[in-house]
Design a protein around this ligand. Structure first.
Ligand code: SAH
Ligand code: SF4
Ligand code: F3S
Length: 467
């Protein structure tokens, strides 16, 4: 893996720290230092980890998949559900034995879970072998943190500086075909169940020129798919003086020369405008897929979730999108068992799922998050009961997915070829959301090909290339 972005404008003081880290590691006889990064959570975290890797390369580390060989281990954590947090403690605990074997090893915990004061305190006090703890807005200072730890005490940095976006941080991207591009950070929505606004801070949009530059660099480096990231991309540019909203930004990226496609997530229904739908229709490079989480089909629950739309409003939005983009595919997120949700409320979620027919769903059982308003709301339904509702939802969606996939047979799609399977088939995603496999040659990988869908078998769509 190499650094695939220029680092010229990265903070000079951090570049100086990176050089000092290299010198100290050499002095201590650490030959070819290696770093192992473990990322939990959403695409935003994956994208942050690509920047963390970029800074580690600058400090002289190379990346390793083998944790036992590492001189630096970092966990970029997620706090969105209890389950995500539980996994991290076990993983961090396991590093104690690696430290015994390698006294030069540094261990770091960062990201959304570490941003919570009580969690950071726990790592700092109860895990003495964790060297560096930092929050979601301090990544760009990693060279400094490593330098400080190598020369002095353990590091603990949780400052949330909501006004600031640091640009030009070096990036080591995980892929060469599909890449993440964060357009904004943080969230202002405070859905009552959600920890993200507390751990990621206030919503901040990147300067459009920085985004265009990064997107152009990606296209020039051969990337064929750019995924624009934000907790609510539809509110991009709000409160900024440049006057570029998300629809305008999409048009600007669509105008970049080259054969590539644009995806984006996540869209909050309350900020999804007709202007945006018209833009998706007009921009050839923007894919015909909208990830539009609705969370619950019950207007009563949506109100308690603080989502700022109701069932009717959501369905109207779906209809408005389908009017402009008749074959658009929708995916969504759903929470089952929000505090106070009754079986009748849940049935409204089921009926909305049947009505809209999503290509696929990301479904979660409600997980109380300390410090959020929902965590103190009465929640009388047992976990077991919620589990039954959850299974009913999965079963309903399975039938819909099957029906939708079968209806695609005969359709021609444009597939970005991503990989060859063990059976020798080429697989990739269409301009919608579906994955398609077909017979083809290795030189197709990395390119777009037209494929006619022929059958749906064992949850997979199969097709044939059209010349
Ligand atoms: N910003 C995005 C989603 C971020 S979190 C949006 O607004 O849609 C991803 C998903 O995790 C959410 O859409 C929600 O469905 C789920 N989620 C968030 N908090 C949760 C909680 N406390 N319990 C269960 N699921 C949760
Ligand atoms: Fe969480 Fe709601 Fe913000 Fe999404 S929009 S990150 S669900 S608070
Ligand atoms: Fe998790 Fe943070 Fe993303 S809480 S879902 S990693 S924004």
């Amino acid at each position: 893996m190499t650094l695939n972005e220029k680092t010229n404008n990265y903070l000079p003081e951090q570049c100086a720290y990176a050089k000092r880290v290299q010198a100290i590691l050499a002095e201590r006889g650490v030959q070819n230092p290696q770093a192992h990064i473990v990322t939990f959570g959403c695409q935003q975290n994956v994208s942050d980890s690509e920047r963390i890797k970029g800074m580690l390369l600058l400090c002289g580390y190379s990346l390793t998949e083998d944790i036992t060989k590492a001189d630096f281990i970092l966990f970029n954590t997620c706090a969105v559900r209890g389950h995500a947090e539980d996994r991290v403690y076990g993983n961090v605990g396991a590093t104690k034995k690696y430290k015994k074997a390698n006294p030069n090893l540094l261990v770091s915990v960062c990201g959304c879970m570490a941003q919570q004061q009580s969690v950071a305190d726990k790592f700092y006090k109860s895990y003495p072998y964790v060297d560096i703890v930092f929050g979601t807005q301090q990544h760009h200072r990693l060279p400094e943190f490593i330098y400080r730890r190598l020369t002095s005490k353990r590091v603990y940095e949780l400052t949330l500086d909501n006004a600031n976006i640091v640009e030009h941080v070096p990036i080591s991207r995980d892929g060469t075909l599909k890449g993440w591009l964060p357009i904004m950070y943080g969230c202002n929505n405070f859905c009552t169940y959600c920890i993200v606004p507390y751990v990621r801070g206030r919503e901040r949009s990147r300067d459009p020129q920085e985004i265009i530059k990064e997107a152009t660099d990606m296209v020039n480096n051969g990337f064929k798919e750019i995924m624009l990231l934000g907790q609510n991309v539809n509110s991009y540019g709000k409160g900024e003086s440049h006057g570029v909203n998300f629809a305008k930004l999409l048009r600007m990226i669509n105008d970049i020369e080259g054969d590539f496609r644009i995806r984006f997530m996540t869209s909050h229904p309350k900020d999804c405008t007709e202007e945006l739908l018209d833009t998706i229709r007009d921009c050839k490079k923007v894919e015909r897929h909208i990830h539009l989480p609705f969370q619950s089909g019950s207007s009563k629950i949506l109100k308690q979730m603080n989502r700022y739309y109701d069932r009717e409003g959501y369905l109207k939005l779906i209809a408005a999108a389908r009017e402009r983009l008749p074959d658009v595919e929708f995916t969504s997120d759903i929470i089952v068992g929000f505090p106070g949700e009754t079986y009748e409320d849940f049935c409204e979620t089921l009926s909305l799922v049947k009505e809209v027919k999503f290509t696929s769903l990301f479904t979660f059982i409600y997980s109380p998050r300390e410090g959020t308003p929902a965590a103190v709301m009465p929640d009388p339904i047992s976990r077991e009961e919620k589990g039954k509702w959850f299974d009913e939802l999965l079963k309903t969606q399975d039938e819909i997915s099957k029906e939708l996939n079968l209806s695609l047979v005969g359709k021609t799609v444009r597939v970005l070829c991503e990989e060859k399977t063990s059976e020798g088939l080429i697989c990739g995603k269409s301009e919608y959301y579906s994955s398609v496999c077909f017979e083809g040659s290795d030189d197709m990988i990395g390119n777009f090909v037209a494929v006619r869908i022929e059958k749906y078998h064992n949850n997979t769509l199969y097709g044939a290339v059209i010349n």
